[in-house]
Design a binder for this molecule. Structure first.
Ligand SMILES: *Cc1c(COP(=O)(O)O)cnc(C)c1O
Length: 374
């Protein structure tokens, strides 16, 4: 498809080709991408520390802002420690091959896990056992079948599945894994800043503090910046620091990224308002679209899929929305199964109720024009 170029900051509205569009497709859940407090922190820290880290963390790239960010993230998540790497993608490469990297090791992986998890599993030399998406019977069966393996066993799941907005059944997963002595890792990319008290993530959402071995996260979504993290016990995080190849062989995160992330965690620590606004907006959009007759799937989060069916129809729908001032991309096979092509509407705390009502009006008009709703 067409890749649009934004001529403005990421926000509720964006400029493309000189015109304004309602933005319903970014992961900027809390509107922090262009928050003045975040921008100010970047100016302050670049004034003091410059821009580049100049080295990998283990040689000369660890600067006081990196430590400050890691301490703030661990305090926010309620874990003993956290390590920061360059992206969420790199965070999976940091955790998965390091914890399950031997030929005798086994990784249990949800069939709908994110591409970066799939790649990290491939890069480890472990045997990968896929279980059906969120199917706890299938998981229990596969854990049982692999009870006697010699090596380490690791389970990895997305926290929030980004195409449908459903949440992993983490309480059941943790119980099963505890019974089988399997390490639990959850990639909370779409849950960080969204789920739990004040956006503390999926472990907090389910009250599973101390029972999830590693929480993997990204700061490219709700945090509005860039960077990945892994949070857990001090021993585990220290092990990752010493062994994980993205930490040993890829340079430290830049100062502007680190500073912006520090500001974002501080904003989240101070108040739950943005997270509450995000959920209120998500609930409003879902309710309005469903009452018009659209199929909005079974999302449990602010992610709002509008399932159209055929790929060509979803693309036409997106193009017609664009003509009407709404930027919302179509998602088609192979990202989602055939016949379930959709517009995935992403709200943010930055949207006003009027913004969303404008968007709903355009969805209604295009839906009627295409005969999808009556
Ligand atoms: C977006 C996403 C990532 C990648 O994060 P980046 O910081 O953009 O590299 C990893 N895992 C999941 C589940 C994601 O949704």
């Amino acid at each position: 498809g067409t890749i649009r170029t934004l001529e403005s900051p990421q926000g509720a509205w964006v400029q493309i080709g000189g015109k304004k569009y309602l933005n319903l497709c970014s992961n900027n859940y809390l509107g922090l991408c262009n928050d003045p407090r975040v921008v100010a922190k970047v100016k302050e820290y670049t004034g003091k520390f410059g821009v580049g880290p100049g080295a990998v963390r283990t040689i000369a790239g660890t600067m006081t802002p990196h430590i400050e960010l890691e301490e703030k993230l661990a305090a926010f998540k309620g874990t003993e420690a956290a390590i920061v790497v360059s992206s969420g993608f790199a965070a999976n490469l940091t955790v998965i091959p390091t914890l399950a990297g031997g030929a005798d090791d086994v990784i249990f992986s949800d069939s709908l896990n994110h591409a970066s998890i799939i790649d990290a599993c491939r890069l480890s030399r472990a045997r990968v056992v896929r279980y059906e998406h969120s199917d706890m019977q299938d998981l229990a069966k596969k854990l049982g079948e692999n009870r006697d393996v010699k090596g380490r066993r690791l389970l990895i799941t997305d926290g929030v599945f980004s195409m449908d907005g459903d949440i992993a059944k983490l309480p059941e997963i943790v119980e099963l894994c505890e019974a089988h002595g399997v390490i639990v890792a959850v990639d909370d990319a779409h849950g960080e800043g969204v789920l739990g008290r004040g956006g503390r993530g999926i472990a907090d959402h389910f009250g599973l503090h101390g029972r999830v071995d590693v929480e993997i996260g990204t700061m490219s979504k709700a945090f509005g910046v860039m960077g990945g993290m892994a949070a857990g016990s001090a021993i585990l995080v220290d092990y990752l620091r010493q062994k994980a190849r993205p930490n040993l062989f890829s340079s430290a995160l830049t100062i502007p990224d680190v500073a912006a992330n520090i500001a974002s965690v501080e904003i989240l620590q101070e108040s739950e308002d943005l997270v509450k606004k995000l959920w209120a907006n998500g609930n409003l959009l879902k309710k309005e679209l469903a009452s018009l007759g659209f199929d909005t799937g079974a999302s449990e989060t602010p992610i709002t899929p509008v399932i159209i069916g055929e790929a060509a129809d979803a693309k036409a729908f997106s193009a017609k929305l664009f003509e009407r001032g709404v930027f919302a991309t179509a998602i088609v096979f192979p990202t989602v199964p055939r016949g379930t092509a959709r517009i995935r509407a992403m709200v943010s705390a930055a949207h006003s109720e009027d913004d969303l009502r404008f968007g709903v009006g355009q969805f209604a008009a295009v839906g009627r024009e295409m005969g999808i709703i009556s």
